[in-house]
Ligand binder design. Structure first.
Ligand SMILES: Nc1ncnc2c1ncn2[C@@H]1O[C@H](COP(=O)(O)O)[C@@H](OP(=O)(O)O)[C@H]1O
Ligand SMILES: [Mg+2]
Length: 323
C-alpha cells in the first residue's frame, strides 16, 4: 500500500534532484568526479542528488529505510575535501539555504540500509552516470518496495525527448497505472506500452555502454526475431521509460560478465513503470525480479522488458543465444 503522502513526497524528491542534476550537468569541473572501487564514475551531482532526495522524503515522511547507491564514506577522506565542498554547495543551492557539510553527509548516509527489511525505498540518484558525463541521458530512480515487490516507482528523465518536442519527463507508477508528467505540463498523461502487430515491427533498446549489456548478443537476438530496426541506444532507466510509453517495445540487458548481479536501484523504479504501463519484465531466463536479497538481484541475471505480448518468444530466443 502506498499513501498519497508517500507518492507526493517521492514525486517532489525526484523533481528536486532532477532540477539539481540539470543545473550541474555540463558544468562539472576537474575534481568533481571520482572513480569508485568498482570502477564506475561518480560525480558531485550523484551525491548531492541523493542528499536532496533524502531531505525531501524525511521532511515529509519522518524516518525512512533507504537503499541508496551512494556512500558518504567515498567523500570522507581529506583528499576529497573539494568534492565534499562541491556536494555541499549543490545541496545548499537546491534547498535555497546554507547547509552544513556534516548534515549533507548524514542525509547521504541514510541510504546505507541493506535492503532486507519488509519495506524500504531504493534510490539511484543518477542512473547512467556515464551518460550524464557525456551530456546525454540519465535518470533519477526512486522506488518503494514492500514484501519484495515494488509498489511505487518514480523515474525522472530530465533529457528525454517527448513526442510533442519538449524535453524531460517524470514517470510515476503506482496503484495500477503509469503516468508521465512531461516538462512544463501540470497534468499527468497516462502511458502505455506499444503493441506492434508483429515482432518484425518491434524496436529494441539497449545500453549505450557495451560493457553493461552485450551489443553482439542483442544483434543476434534481434536478427533471429526478424527485427530490422536499428537498436535504440540510450543510457539509464530511460530505457524502461521508452518501453513504457511505446518509443521501443523491447529492452534487452544481456550479461557481459559471468557472475555480475544487477543492483536493485538500477531496476526497481523502471521495471514498475513498464509493468504498470502494461508490459512485462523478467530476467534473461524469464524469472521475476526478486527484491528480497539485499542490495543486488542475487537470484537474477540480466533483464528483458517487453510490451508483454511477445515476452515468451523473446525469452526463448534470448535463452538460445545466451546458451
Ligand atoms: N558489467 C555490468 N553489467 C551491467 N550493468 C552494469 C555493469 N557495470 C555497471 N553497470 C551498471 O550500469 C548502470 C548504467 O546502466 P546503462 O548502461 O543502462 O546506462 C550503472 O549505473 P550508474 O550509472 O548508476 O552507476 C551501473 O550500476
Ligand atoms: Mg544506476
Amino acid at each position: 500500500m502506498v499513501t498519497d503522502l508517500e507518492r507526493n513526497a517521492a514525486l517532489h524528491a525526484v523533481r528536486s534532484a532532477a532540477t539539481l542534476c540539470s543545473a550541474a550537468q555540463g558544468r562539472l569541473v576537474a575534481g568533481e568526479t571520482l572513480t569508485k572501487g568498482d570502477d564506475s564514475p561518480v560525480t558531485v551531482a550523484d551525491f548531492a542528488a541523493q542528499a536532496v532526495v533524502v531531505e525531501a522524503l524525511t521532511d515529509r515522511l519522518g524516518s525512512i529505510e533507504l537503499v541508496g547507491e551512494e556512500d558518504p564514506a567515498d567523500l570522507a577522506s581529506d583528499d576529497q575535501a573539494s568534492l565534499r565542498d562541491g556536494v555541499t554547495a549543490l545541496v545548499s543551492t537546491q534547498l535555497g539555504h546554507d547547509v552544513a557539510a556534516g548534515q549533507v553527509l548524514d542525509w547521504i548516509g541514510v541510504g546505507g540500509s541493506d535492503g532486507r527489511s519488509d519495506r524500504y525505498w531504493t534510490l539511484d540518484p543518477i542512473d547512467g552516470t556515464k551518460g550524464f558525463l557525456r551530456g546525454d541521458q540519465y535518470a533519477i530512480a526512486l522506488a518503494l518496495i514492500e514484501d519484495g515487490e515494488v509498489v511505487l516507482g518514480v523515474l525522472g528523465c530530465p533529457n528525454l525527448p517527448n513526442p510533442d518536442g519538449s524535453t524531460g519527463a517524470v514517470f510515476v507508477a503506482s496503484g495500477g497505472e503509469a503516468v508521465a508528467y512531461p516538462a512544463g505540463a501540470t497534468d499527468p498523461v497516462r502511458v502505455g506500452v506499444a503493441e506492434p502487430a508483429t515482432l518484425a515491427e518491434a524496436r529494441f533498446c539497449e545500453s549505450v555502454e557495451s560493457g553493461h549489456s552485450s551489443h553482439d548478443d542483442a544483434a543476434e537476438i534481434a536478427s533471429r526475431l526478424g527485427i530490422v530496426a536499428e537498436p535504440y541506444r540510450i543510457d539509464s532507466q530511460c530505457k524502461y521509460a521508452a518501453v513504457a510509453r511505446g518509443d521501443a517495445s523491447i529492452y534487452l540487458r544481456l550479461p557481459t560478465r559471468p557472475g555480475y548481479r544487477e543492483k536493485i536501484w538500477d531496476h526497481a523504479a523502471g521495471k514498475f513503470v513498464v509493468e504498470q504501463a502494461g508490459g512485462v519484465v523478467t530476467d534473461v531466463d524469464g524469472a521475476s525480479l526478486d527484491f528480497r536479497h539485499g542490495r543486488r538481484l542475487e537470484e537474477n541475471r540480466g533483464i528483458v522488458a517487453t510490451d508483454g505480448r511477445f515476452h515468451d518468444r523473446v525469452i526463448e530466443v534470448v535463452r538460445d543465444v545466451l546458451a
